[in-house]
Design a protein around this ligand. Structure first.
Ligand code: ADP
Ligand code: MG
Length: 681
């Protein structure tokens, strides 16, 4: 019933209905769930004796006179006098001559508007009005008044007028769907009251309670969904679970032969992963660690362990450069074990691909490393034991799901984008977390400076100096859209300028997304071998690239990048033993930009920056929330840790009892609204 189309219940024009639809409102339910954007508290009437100019005020009084006049230029003006027990004030409206017919005289009326001082007089200008009818609830003034997102032809007043009777009539059809004990535990009001009062609150306290309740609902459903998903992943796939033992000797041997000792955090996370692999259901774990914290080696050791159990491992990275780097890195780290390690990406020829796919299917490939080419249709594995996704936030949910669908392997996702705890338990709530919270010893703090334009040349000389000491530098230019020819041109220009005029004696390379793969490989190799001193690049170097000898990164157009991304760029240096530097240049700086750049200078910890980013920009852009399919939350905030934790605890309780929600049909139905998001099973 609540899904009744509005054209059946609203007396209004087709045009208005169309406009409502633009606001996403088609049914009665949509309308009732179209929550206010904010509120005006007009509970206190202003006495006329106390008004001040330029203030918005709401006055209750009587219109003691009201008439239309026409100015010399033909404008229609309505003038009146409003009187209350403390005094009188002139009122004026423009171009609304019908008001003289609509507004009563000598009976109470409420006018709300701005007080202006003009032509030597204080007047109330173009106020909105509300007539006082006995027995009827006031909805536009004299209370906490809801203000909605508006669109052309649909303003808040219109919405209030149409919505109020609908709420009164339909509200009882809303069912409470959150179990009583949960409501009690968190001191939440009932659903109906919350809906009614979020629109037309009786008092501020009830308004707060309504918002709190509705915010809880959103987070609770979200948690229910991720926890159910987690339950399915662990239980439905139980029967296919790969039992993987810990091969202590092999691991010890490999670790002993590394050129470094593992950090405690690396050891700890490796243990967590190995333990999961032995469990009777597939792992779903997110390995989080700041840039440079050494996630790759942890993944490589887990890989070795799985391969030694006779299973295949797939590793997927978001860019070909990064996938190639992993390929080379794995070959080096694991060379003692004569494994068949293969690489596949967009640039792999069809013939090679066929051969690799054949080997994957017959099981002769032990480790398959590549880009999303790994999840093309024709690809299959003989016995995939572990799937690793590097920089997981760069992939869509779909891509992750496809990789998982090859025979339900254990899943290890990695990300260098630090995820605040709030998001870790919502957006990534179906995964267990491992955190590498320590950098390898001897890493120095990267010195970061926002450089004013007039010091540009000095910065270049600094780079030259460093290069003479044997170091290397990245210069990163913004390129928002890889297909944008103009922007590629701008990098080409910058490259030409730098190589000819600024660093004529140095070897400068250029890297951008439009280059052929072989070309990219060649350049990365040259840079890696220190045959290039400086690499001018677009954001293709953003993730993962590991060149320990590089010690300077200069970033142009920083206003175009988010903090998380800047932090990623910066993470390209400071990976070896050399003191490293990050120079930030900016075209223009808004107030927000200034805060962001100051944060870059001040904090080297990705988590702190991620939190700041989250506050400034919201989670959508940073974490690809939209592509991860989290629905737009209307009331809840993804930064509200307290409510998120409460919601998670309650949701967990239900899933523990009844994972399929068989006894909670309404809840089960509610979370199907999230279904398009999580294509599972
Ligand atoms: P990320 O976590 O950003 O993926 P990487 O795995 O690329 O980081 O590691 C960064 C660099 O640190 C690599 O050169 C790697 O060899 C090195 N590294 C990893 N672990 C250690 C360690 N325990 N001690 C010293 N260097 C390490
Ligand atoms: Mg990495």
């Amino acid at each position: 019933m609540l899904n009744k189309s509005l054209d059946k219940v609203l007396r209004t024009t087709k045009i208005h209905l169309g406009r409502l639809e633009l606001l996403g409102v088609k049914t009665v339910k949509d309308f009732l769930l179209y929550f206010p954007r904010t509120y005006n508290d007009t509970r206190e009437f202003t006495k006329i004796a106390e008004i001040r100019t330029d203030e918005v005020c709401t006055i209750k009084g009587q219109l003691t006179s009201l008439f239309n006049i026409r100015t010399k230029t033909g404008k229609k003006i309505t003038r009146g006098v409003l009187t209350d027990e403390t005094g009188t004030i002139g009122v004026v409206w423009f171009n609304q001559p019908h008001l003289t017919r609509m507004l009563p005289r000598k009976s109470e009326i409420i006018l709300s508007g701005k007080i202006k001082f003009a032509f030597g007089k204080i007047t109330l200008q173009s106020p909105s009005y509300e007539l006082i009818k006995k027995e009827e609830e006031q909805i536009h003034s004299g209370r906490i008044v809801p203000v909605y997102h508006e669109t052309e032809g649909i303003n808040s007043k219109w919405i209030r007028e149409k919505l109020k009777p609908l709420i009164d009539y339909w509200i009882d059809l809303f069912e409470e769907y959150i179990p009583e004990d949960i409501l009690k535990e968190h001191n939440l009001i009932d659903f109906k009251t919350a809906i009614r009062c979020v629109h037309f609150p009786d008092d501020p306290e009830l308004l707060e309670k309504s918002k709190k309740r509705l915010a809880f609902d959103e987070l609770f459903l979200l948690q229910l969904k991720v926890l159910q998903k987690r339950w399915y992943w662990q239980n439905i796939n139980k029967k296919d679970s790969k039992n993987i033992e810990i091969k202590k000797e092999v691991l010890k041997d490999c670790i002993d032969n590394l050129p470094f000792t593992l950090t405690n955090a690396q050891n700890k996370t490796l243990k967590e992963i190995l333990k999961d692999l032995g469990k009777p259901f597939p792992m779903s774990r997110l390995l989080q660690g700041d840039v440079g914290s050494g996630k790759t080696i942890v993944a490589a050791l887990a890989t070795l362990n799985v391969v030694k159990n006779g299973y295949q491992v797939a590793i997927m990275a978001p860019t070909e450069i990064l996938a190639k780097q992993h390929y080379q890195g794995f070959i080096k780290t694991l060379k003692a074990y004569s494994l068949n390690i293969q690489f596949i990406a967009g640039s792999t020829s069809a013939k090679q691909k066929d051969e690799i796919i054949r080997q994957m299917k017959t099981g002769t490939v032990d480790i398959m490393i590549g880009t999303h080419a790994l999840i093309q249709e024709r690809i299959g594995f003989r016995n995939l034991g572990l799937a690793i996704i590097d920089e997981q936030h760069r992939f869509g949910v779909k891509q992750r799901e496809i990789l998982k669908s090859y025979d339900s392997p254990h899943l290890l996702a990695m990300t260098a984008t630090p995820i605040p705890r709030t998001l870790a338990i919502t957006v990534y709530g179906d995964q267990d977390l491992s955190l590498i919270d320590e950098l390898p010893k001897g890493r120095q703090k990267i010195i970061t400076r926002l450089v004013p334009e007039k010091k540009r040349i000095e910065a270049y000389r600094w780079i030259e100096d460093q290069v003479k000491k044997g170091r290397q530098a990245f210069i990163i230019c913004p390129l928002i859209n890889e297909s944008d020819v103009l922007e590629v041109k701008s990098v080409l220009k910058e490259y030409a300028y730098l190589s000819e005029h600024i660093f004529p004696d140095l070897k400068v390379g250029l890297l951008h997304g439009k280059l052929k793969q072989e070309e990219k490989d060649r350049i990365m190799e040259e840079f890696n071998d220190n045959k290039l001193n400086i690499l001018v690049s677009t954001s293709v170097v953003e993730v993962g690239i590991d060149i320990p000898n590089a010690s300077i990164v200069l970033i142009e157009g920083t206003e175009r990048f988010g903090l998380a991304q800047l932090h990623q760029f910066r993470g390209r240096v400071g990976r070896g033993e050399h003191q490293s530097y990050c120079f930030l240049f900016t075209g223009s700086l808004s107030e927000e930009g200034r805060i962001r750049m100051k944060s870059m200078e001040k904090y080297t910890c990705g988590f702190k920056l991620a939190e700041i980013d989250l506050e400034i920009r919201g989670p959508g852009e940073i974490y690809g929330i939209r592509q991860s399919g989290i629905p737009d939350l209307k009331m809840a905030s993804l930064t509200d840790l307290e409510t998120i934790e409460k919601a998670r605890k309650s949701a967990q309780k239900i899933i523990d009892k009844d994972p399929k929600l068989e006894n909670y049909p309404v809840l089960a139905e509610k979370i199907t609204e999230y279904e398009e998001v999580y294509v599972q099973d």
